[in-house]
Design a protein around this ligand. Structure first.
Ligand code: DP6
Length: 402
């Protein structure tokens, strides 16, 4: 509801998903506008397991823009935050100037208070900036009643955030224009398209904090010839093949492209000078496990992909989940007294055959994986209708519980 003339804030709460790329974005041609050197494609994960929640309030009585992230007040002058705020306000102003007088009450000239939380631990190492900026832009757009293409604004918060503006399978088309107007996300298929597809996040016990993606890709662009070759000569063909694989629900093609693209991304990290290492010994064991599992069955049943950290994201079809989870648990024995090993969507217990165990033949790596999040493909950002879920109280400050 639009803000009223009283001092009660106009408050909106939304949620947004995490996305995991199967054709990776790595490298910018414009740092400020966040324009990539290649297109990319991702799967949006379900918000029942992983999401960001953001509340935005506007009020005449607010003195300044403020933001709280995971319970702590942060610096609102951060340039990427400012880009998103500026672009949404620009759109809101444009709508009013275009002659919609109802928008005068929207309060877009008022200051905003923003409060955001992730429901997944930072230790999960998932690109929280993607869900975070997608949620920020989506919530601001609802508060200011701005419609239309918003992925170009989310992109200016964090590149991968533009893909979290849609559910299902999403491509980020790199675009050609200098002003970035054609560098946008687009849904390739909705979340209902391939219901058998499942996703496992294998959270590796982190050893150290890896190099951030923003600075990592900067060094790669400056030093890696392989990255240039990848962007110009490899990714364009892979995008076409990946879109076809998704549309045909061809798991073998989808899985092989996913693994090859992850491997090439990490090869460009090694080709960066000085080199960047995101894969740990646990990641390597996951890669071996997947290939040996697939070899045992003589078909590609499981695929891995890794972002800027050691955690594996596994794609597979529903019918193979119980056995593969059992294999993970066998080759990465968890702490016996630890909490639940598999979180999220329930996974049935099955026995692991001696034959499969022997055919995989790896030495178990105790405690290499802390836990597994079991999830599936999900929808894009949503409005939370229940006002009791707002993270900001009627005074415009974070509630005690946040
Ligand atoms: C490896 O979107 O986090 O996850 O645009 O600098 O904010 P910035 O980088 P970010 O990079 C994500 C890189 C990746 C691959 C991907 O998600 O496509």
């Amino acid at each position: 509801m639009p803000g009223d003339s009283m001092d009660k804030p106009n408050t909106v709460t939304c949620t947004a998903p995490v996305n995991i790329a199967v054709i990776k974005y790595w490298g910018k041609r414009n740092e400020e506008l966040i324009l990539p050197i290649n297109s990319s494609l991702s799967v949006t994960l379900h918000q029942d397991q992983l999401k960001t929640t953001t509340t935005v309030a506007t009020s005449r009585s607010f003195q300044e823009d403020r933001i709280w992230l995971n319970g702590k007040e942060e610096d609102i002058t951060h340039p990427r935050l400012q880009s998103c705020l500026r672009e949404i306000r620009r759109l809101a102003r444009k709508r009013r100037n275009d002659g919609d007088p109802a928008l005068d009450s929207m309060g877009f000239s008022h200051k905003v208070h923003i409060c955001s939380i992730n429901d997944f631990p930072t230790a999960a190492g998932l690109a929280s900036s993607a869900a975070g900026f997608a949620c920020l832009v989506y919530t601001l757009s609802r508060v200011f009643d701005v419609e239309g293409e918003l992925s170009g604004i989310a992109r200016q918060g964090s590149g991968s955030a533009c893909r979290s503006m849609y559910g299902g399978f999403v491509q980020w088309i790199m675009g050609q224009k200098d002003d970035g107007k054609d560098s946008l996300a687009q849904q390739v298929a909705p979340e209902t398209h391939w219901p058998e597809l499942r996703v496992l996040v294998l959270v590796a016990s982190a050893e150290r904090k890896p190099v951030g993606s923003t600075s990592g890709m900067q060094t790669s662009v400056q030093t890696s010839r392989l990255l240039k070759h990848r962007a110009e000569s490899v990714v364009p063909g892979r995008m076409v093949k990946m879109i076809e694989a998704v549309q045909r629900k061809d798991f073998t093609a989808f899985a092989e492209l996913t693994m090859k693209d992850s491997n090439q991304f990490h090869a460009t990290c090694l080709d960066t000078y000085p080199p960047i290492f995101y894969l740990s010994s646990v990641s390597q064991q996951v890669i071996n496990l997947v290939h040996r599992y697939n070899r045992h069955y003589g078909e590609t049943r499981v695929a891995y992909t890794f972002d800027a950290g050691p955690n594996a994201v596994i794609y597979m079809l529903q019918q193979h989940v119980p056995e593969f989870v059992q294999a993970v648990q066998h080759f990465f024995p968890p702490e016996s007294n630890g909490g639940q090993f598999v979180k999220g969507l329930p996974v049935n217990h099955v026995a692991l055959s001696e034959e499969l165990r022997r055919s995989i033949g790896l030495e178990p790596l105790p405690k290499g994986i802390s836990y597994v999040i079991s999830t599936k493909v999900g929808p894009g950002p949503c409005v939370v209708e229940d006002p009791t879920q707002h993270l900001l109280g009627s005074d415009g400050l974070p509630k005690e519980t946040v």
